[in-house]
Write a new protein. Structure first.
Length: 403
């Protein structure tokens, strides 16, 4: 609804005060075509571009391409007189349709946090606290009305979708407030002088208050839901039956996360799959990701050192994670995040040098030392070539470990 209003406002209240039905229809059609073109561009045009960029393995070039795409699509929305906000929304659609959407999300998170901070600071600067002091009752009433009406609608939808009580309350708490797009709509409407400054201040204040209450509402929704279920208050609808496990990433559980799909990762993944152990691969090689997706292997084009990527991989539900690549710096960056999200998970990692082994073991990691394992294999194979059995396996280990 907000998107529709953003499209129609310039046509109805823009430069031409005598907007006709035809002009409104043209604006609506232009908006629909623009959003449809964004989806098609993301699905068929942008993916080959990102694939070509990803093959360079340049993280900086990949990030610059994302920023350039967002800027170009957003400016296109402004040029078409559909607003910069709608253009930015369309840019998100372009990127979301790509198979690289998980990687994109991980890369832009620092920018998201920065711009979100600036956005809300600007909202705070727009609110006149002095003017609202005389309207506190209306702010309170508006806040209650928004939370009640929107929260009630969300709760009703969750019941229609047969969601159990606790998840239904969590969804209601998270979606009961007005969103950031409402702030954009308020400012755009005020630019066309649809209401006086007092009403604008009231709407901004109600929006800000409802958004500020969301964290507290979500913290309380879980315990309240559990308490209601313990008292026998169940969903009025029977929950949807649990479907058989699929290979979808969001469904996987009790699985092994394999970070890196080089020779070591491939061998480990094949061994676990032969034992019917569910696996999920995290890989940054675009060609490899494409092949794994076609083969039905759960895979993410994402960096294991990003918390959002670990969440997508279901790290809280996983039993085992293996860092199969030799880049210890990336492994060390990911380990605190893994331990924070799943303290009891079993972690294996590769190390090339002894100093790296010590660093990894400080994080309670099972380390596969490349040089050590190579030395063991070399000695045992050399003894086999001479048909000598003088050294037991323990003796070989003692030699390698310098004992």
């Amino acid at each position: 609804l907000v998107i529709i209003l953003i499209i129609l406002l310039p046509a109805i209240y823009g430069r031409d005060s005598g907007s006709t039905v035809g002009q409104v229809a043209w604006a609506m059609g232009k908006g629909v075509l623009f959003l449809g073109a964004a989806i098609l561009l993301g699905r068929y045009g942008n993916t080959p571009l990102l694939h070509a960029v990803a093959r360079t393995r340049s993280r900086e070039l990949f990030t610059l391409t994302i920023i350039g795409t967002c800027a170009a699509v957003a400016l296109a929305g402004e040029v078409l007189e559909l607003s910069l906000a709608l253009g930015a929304f369309a840019a998100g659609l372009v990127l979301s349709e790509s198979i690289y959407s998980h990687r994109i999300m991980s890369d832009i998170m620092p920018f998201k946090d920065l711009f979100l901070t600036i956005f809300f600071v600007s909202v705070g600067l727009m609110i006149d606290l002095g003017a609202l002091a005389d309207q506190w009752a209306f702010v309170l009433l508006g806040t209650i009305l928004i939370l009640t009406v929107k929260g009630g609608i969300v709760f009703l939808v969750t019941k229609i979708m047969k969601v159990p009580m606790r998840p239904a309350l969590l969804a209601t708490a998270s979606l009961a407030s007005t969103g950031e797009f409402s702030l954009v709509l308020v400012k755009k409407a005020s630019g066309f002088r649809l209401f006086d400054p007092g009403v604008e201040q009231l709407l901004l204040a109600c929006t800000a208050v409802t958004m500020g209450l969301v964290p507290s509402l979500m913290r309380g929704a879980g315990p309240v839901g559990r308490w209601l279920e313990s008292k026998g208050v169940k969903s009025p609808f029977r929950p949807a039956p649990d479907m058989a496990p699929t290979i979808a990433v969001r469904k996987i559980a009790d699985h092994a996360i394999i970070c890196g799909y080089g020779p070591v990762g491939q061998s480990l993944n094949e061994a676990m799959r032969r034992c019917d152990i569910p696996t999920l691969v995290m890989e940054l090689n675009a060609d490899t990701v494409r092949e794994l997706k076609k083969a039905g292997q759960p895979v993410l084009f994402a960096d294991a050192a990003h918390p959002e990527a670990l969440d997508l991989a279901g790290i809280e539900r996983a039993r085992f994670v293996a860092f199969t690549f030799p880049a210890v710096a990336i492994t060390l960056a990911a380990l605190p995040l893994v331990r924070e999200k799943n303290p009891g998970i079993l972690i294996f990692a590769r190390a090339k040098f002894q100093t790296e082994v010590d660093q990894l073991r400080a994080h309670d990691v099972q380390v596969i030392h490349d040089e050590r394992e190579t030395s063991i294999a070399m000695i045992e194979n050399a003894m086999g070539a001479y048909q000598r059995a003088d050294l037991s396996h323990d003796a070989v280990l003692a030699i390698v470990d310098g004992k």
